[in-house]
Design a protein around this ligand. Structure first.
Ligand SMILES: [Ca+2]
Ligand SMILES: [Ca+2]
Ligand SMILES: [Ca+2]
Ligand SMILES: [Ca+2]
Length: 318
C-alpha cells in the first residue's frame, strides 16, 4: 500500500512537471476563448482580450516556442455569428516589465498592458491552413524573458486580442522546446490574472482553476462573468470544502467575497465549475478573476503552485 502511494505520487509529480498546455490537462478546461473586437459581450467575453504569461525555469537554456492550437477563427471549433469575419492578433512580449508592470497584471486591458519588448506578432482571420493545427511563435531565447526571482525564472507574455469581427475564437497554448511538436519545457508553467475559457458541453464535465493566494491576502473576491444557466461554482482549499459562489447570468458579473485563513496563505485554492444537470448549456464561455482585499488580481497557474489543495476538516474557518 505504501509503495503504491509512493508510485502514485511520482506519477502525479511527473505529470505536473511534463504538462505545459494552457489550459492544463488537470484543469479539464477544453479551450481558451477570445472574441472578435466587434462582438457582443453577451456571448461570454467581457473585453475581447486574454493575457497569459509563461514561466521558463532558470534551468532552461535552449530556446522555447509558444505554440497556439487553432489560432484562426473559422472551421470546426470556432463560434460562428453570421459569417466568419473575425481577426485575432497574438503578440509575444519579453524584456523588463513585460510581467512586472502592474497594467499587465490588471484585469482590465488598459494603460501599458503591452509592456515590455514586442518579440513577435501575427494576426489570423479565417485560415483553413491553421484550422485544428498548431502555429509556433519563436524561437525565443529564455534570456529574452523578464527575470522574476520569485517565480524562479524568466517570464514571457502572450496577448490574444480580438481586433475585428464578431465571432468567438477557440484556441489553446503549449510551451514547447520544439517548433513542430509539443515537447514540454521541464518545470515551465502558464499563468493568467483573468481567465477567459470555454466550458465543455458535456453535462458530466467538471473543470477547475487554481488562483494562488500569497501571504498578504486576508480576503478574496471571486468574480465570474456570463455563467448563463450552468450549475455551480464552488471553492475548495485546505479550509474550504465546496463553498458556493454567487453565479452570474446573461452578460453580467457576480462577485463574492471570502475570508482567507492563515493555513490558506501561500497556497493554491481551487475554483470548481460543474454543468447544469437538467438542461444542457452549450458553448458556454465564461470569464473569472480573483482579487485580494487591495484589489490586486491573483494569478491562476495552470499547474497549481504547491499542488491541488486538499480540504482538511481540522482547519476551521474563523
Ligand atoms: Ca461573424
Ligand atoms: Ca478554427
Ligand atoms: Ca480558433
Ligand atoms: Ca456564457
Amino acid at each position: 500500500m505504501k509503495y503504491l502511494w509512493i508510485i502514485l505520487n511520482i506519477l502525479i509529480t511527473a505529470h505536473q512537471v511534463f504538462s505545459q498546455a494552457a489550459p492544463a490537462v488537470d484543469e479539464n478546461i477544453p479551450y481558451l476563448m477570445t472574441f472578435g473586437g466587434n462582438s457582443s459581450t453577451s456571448w461570454g467575453d467581457d473585453d475581447f482580450c486574454q493575457i497569459f504569461f509563461c514561466v521558463i525555469p532558470s534551468s532552461q537554456k535552449d530556446p522555447v516556442y509558444i505554440r497556439v492550437y487553432d489560432p484562426d477563427t473559422g472551421g470546426e471549433l470556432d463560434e460562428l455569428k453570421g459569417d466568419f469575419n473575425t481577426t485575432i492578433n497574438y503578440s509575444v512580449y519579453g524584456g523588463k516589465s513585460c510581467w512586472s508592470d502592474t497594467s499587465a497584471q490588471s484585469i482590465h486591458p488598459t494603460g501599458n498592458y503591452k509592456s515590455g519588448i514586442l518579440l513577435s506578432s501575427r494576426s489570423f482571420g479565417t485560415d483553413l491552413k491553421f484550422d485544428k493545427k498548431w502555429y509556433s511563435f519563436g524561437p525565443f531565447n529564455p534570456s529574452e524573458g523578464e527575470y522574476a526571482e520569485k517565480l524562479g525564472g524568466r517570464v514571457f507574455k502572450i496577448i490574444a486580442r480580438g481586433i475585428s469581427g464578431d465571432d468567438g475564437n477557440i484556441y489553446k497554448y503549449f510551451l514547447s522546446t520544439s517548433a513542430t511538436e509539443n515537447v514540454p519545457v521541464e518545470g515551465g508553467n502558464f499563468f493568467t490574472y483573468k481567465y477567459h475559457f470555454r466550458l465543455s458541453d458535456n453535462q458530466n464535465h467538471v473543470c477547475q482553476i487554481y488562483p494562488y493566494v500569497d501571504d498578504k491576502t486576508i480576503s478574496i473576491e471571486i468574480s465570474n462573468f456570463d455563467w448563463d444557466n450552468d450549475e455551480l461554482i464552488r471553492i475548495f482549499s485546505v479550509a474550504k470544502n465546496g463553498l458556493l459562489c454567487d453565479v452570474s447570468g446573461e452578460n453580467d458579473w457576480k462577485v463574492k467575497q471570502f475570508p482567507i485563513v492563515s493555513a490558506e496563505k501561500n497556497s493554491s485554492i481551487e475554483i470548481q465549475f460543474t454543468k447544469n444537470q437538467k438542461t444542457q448549456v452549450k458553448n458556454n464561455n465564461v470569464v473569472v478573476a480573483v482579487r485580494n482585499q487591495y484589489g490586486i488580481s491573483l494569478p491562476f497557474f495552470v499547474i497549481p503552485i504547491g499542488g491541488v489543495p486538499v480540504y482538511s476538516p481540522k482547519i476551521r474557518m474563523k
